[in-house]
Structures are given as structure tokens and as C-alpha cells.
Design a protein around this ligand. Structure first.
Ligand SMILES: Nc1ncnc2c1ncn2[C@@H]1O[C@H](COP(=O)(O)OP(=O)(O)OP(=O)(O)O)[C@@H](O)[C@H]1O
Ligand SMILES: Cc1ncsc1CCO
Ligand SMILES: [Mg+2]
Length: 262
């Protein structure tokens, strides 16, 4: 892929309205990350309005981090609106293997064929039905162990699956890429994966899901590298990361992206 910076420029040019049905932990971080990246976030989850708002949104992210049954209904309704209108939506299957409510929600949402699934290795393995060692929202499996599960999900949905970790893996079931950008500081701040799923949704507006996802991950990881160079620890990393999301230019992304065919 040699047009990674162009995907960032296109996303910023669109400034897409991204609806997020996300968890309470992530809402603020995610909205700030989307704004800094150049998108327009809206956190809208009530059962009575989620589908109506989806009619206005250009992309949707659905995150099961702090769900309840009403939220699952809102997620399914909003996802159907996006599907009917041909608009992209992203599933973030937080801790999907942990409980029956999460496994059921994950299966229902997967059946609606998300444009992109973005999770850590343990989540992608659990979503595919494989044995996973995840503990709560944190990964306990290697990205490499989740590659077959990612291809399996992508084949079932016809969409893209992104497994994130030290080296990210992205596939549409046929082609695959690895992205080496990022910082070990990123998993030490909560909700950065959730926020990434929203950013992926923004990149998918008007762009092919596979290259858009690869570009979003490289962009996000590069911002992580720049923030880590300035931060003293996880606390100061977060504001530095928000600054870096706003500061990375398409030219810097073309220079700094570490993307390889897999
Ligand atoms: N050890 C690491 N080294 C470099 N980058 C990392 C590392 N771990 C995660 N990342 C990056 O952090 C970002 C978030 O991915 P991660 O896999 O931590 O999400 P997550 O587990 O869903 O997080 P959360 O549930 O807290 O939102 C991605 O851009 C990923 O590449
Ligand atoms: C910590 C945590 N618990 C539920 S959602 C969430 C945010 C990271 O996924
Ligand atoms: Mg997560």
C-alpha cells in the first residue's frame, strides 16, 4: 500500500460524522480521539434514538464494553440502518468471551456483517469461537494466534477484521497486512483500542474498508510513537497522544507508516 497518507487526507477532508454506541469508560477518550484525528463524534445509544441517529451518521461504531440488553437492541437497529444505506460500521467486541450476554451480543452483531471488526487477539479468537485466554478487556493472546480466527470471521462476514497488539494484523479473508507502528504505552491507557475502532469507522467513509483500516491503524500507531517520545508515563501519554493525532500530517504518515503485506 503506497497511498496511506491520502487516506488520512480524505478522512479529514470528509470530517465524517461518526456515531458511537460505546462504553462508559471510552466515551470521553474516544470523542476526543475522533475530534483530534479530524472526524466529528456523537455518542448516541438510547434504544429510542440510536436507529434514527444512524440515518444521519456517515459511519457507526458499536462497542460492547459496558452493554445491557437495551443497548444490544439499539446496536442491532443502528447496524441495520447502516447496512440498508450502504454505510460502514465497525464492531469492537470488548471482552466478548467473558459472559453469556457478551457472547450472545457478539454473535448477533456478527450476523449483521460489520464492515470492520477491530479487537485485540483474545477478543477476535473468542468471537470466532476459538479458545481464548482474554482477561476482561485486556488481551492475553498473541496477535499471531488470532490470524486464522481473523480470516475466518472475514470470510463469514465479507468484511475486514483487524487484530491489534504489538504488531497489528488486518485481513479481508484473502489479502492481509501487518502494521508495525505503535507504542508499548498504548495498552497502559484504557480505551485506546475503543477509540481506534471509532477512528477506523471514520476512515471507512467513502473509502475501501481494507486500505482504509490499514491506513487508520498506521496513522494511530504513528501518533502513539510520537506521543511516547514526549510522555513521562501513561498519564502524560494520553494528552500527548491526542496532540499527536491532530498533528500527524498525510506526508508524515507516508514517511512513518510501517505496513507490510502478510
Ligand atoms: N505492545 C504494543 N506495542 C505497540 N503498539 C501497541 C501495543 N499494544 C497495543 N498497541 C497499539 O494500541 C492500539 C490499541 O490496541 P489494543 O490491542 O491495545 O486495543 P484493546 O486491547 O482493544 O484496548 P482497549 O480495550 O483498552 O480499548 C493499537 O493501535 C495497537 O497497535
Ligand atoms: C476497562 C473497561 N471495562 C469495560 S469497557 C473498558 C474499556 C476498555 O475496553
Ligand atoms: Mg478493546
Amino acid at each position: 500500500m503506497n497511498d496511506i497518507g491520502a487516506h488520512l487526507a480524505a478522512m479529514r477532508n470528509t470530517a465524517p460524522l461518526v456515531q458511537n454506541i460505546t462504553n462508559y469508560v471510552a466515551m470521553n477518550v474516544m470523542a476526543n480521539a475522533l475530534l483530534a484525528a479530524g472526524a466529528s463524534p456523537a455518542m448516541v445509544h438510547a434504544r429510542e434514538e440510536a436507529a434514527e441517529f444512524a440515518g444521519l451518521a456517515q459511519a457507526l461504531s458499536v462497542n460492547i464494553g459496558t452493554l445491557d440488553p437495551d443497548w444490544v437492541t439499539a446496536m442491532e437497529d443502528a447496524a441495520r440502518v447502516m447496512n440498508d444505506a450502504g454505510k460502514p460500521w465497525v464492531l469492537d467486541p470488548v471482552a466478548v468471551g467473558a459472559t453469556a450476554l457478551r457472547r450472545d451480543a457478539g454473535a448477533r452483531l456478527l450476523a449483521l456483517k460489520p464492515s470492520v471488526v477491530r479487537g485485540n487477539a483474545s477478543e477476535v479468537m473468542a468471537l470466532a469461537g476459538a479458545d481464548a485466554a482474554g482477561r476482561g478487556a485486556d488481551a492475553a493472546d498473541e496477535v499471531a494466534s488470532a490470524e486464522a480466527a481473523a480470516r475466518d470471521i472475514a470470510t463469514r462476514t465479507g468484511g475486514v477484521v483487524a487484530v491489534t497488539g504489538p504488531v497489528d494484523y488486518v485481513t479481508d479473508g484473502a489479502a492481509a497486512y501487518r502494521i508495525e507502528n505503535g507504542s508499548a504505552m498504548m495498552p497502559r491507557v484504557t480505551a485506546l483500542g475503543c477509540a481506534l475502532s471509532g477512528v477506523v469507522a471514520g476512515f471507512a467513509v467513502g473509502q475501501e474498508p481494507l486500505p482504509a483500516t490499514v491506513a487508520a491503524l498506521a496513522f494511530y500507531g504513528l501518533a502513539g510513537e510520537e506521543a511516547a517520545a514526549r510522555a513521562q508515563g501513561p498519564g502524560s501519554f494520553l494528552p500527548a497522544f491526542i496532540d499527536a493525532l491532530a498533528g500527524v500530517t498525510p506526508e508524515a504518515l507516508d514517511r512513518g507508516a510501517k505496513v507490510m503485506g502478510a
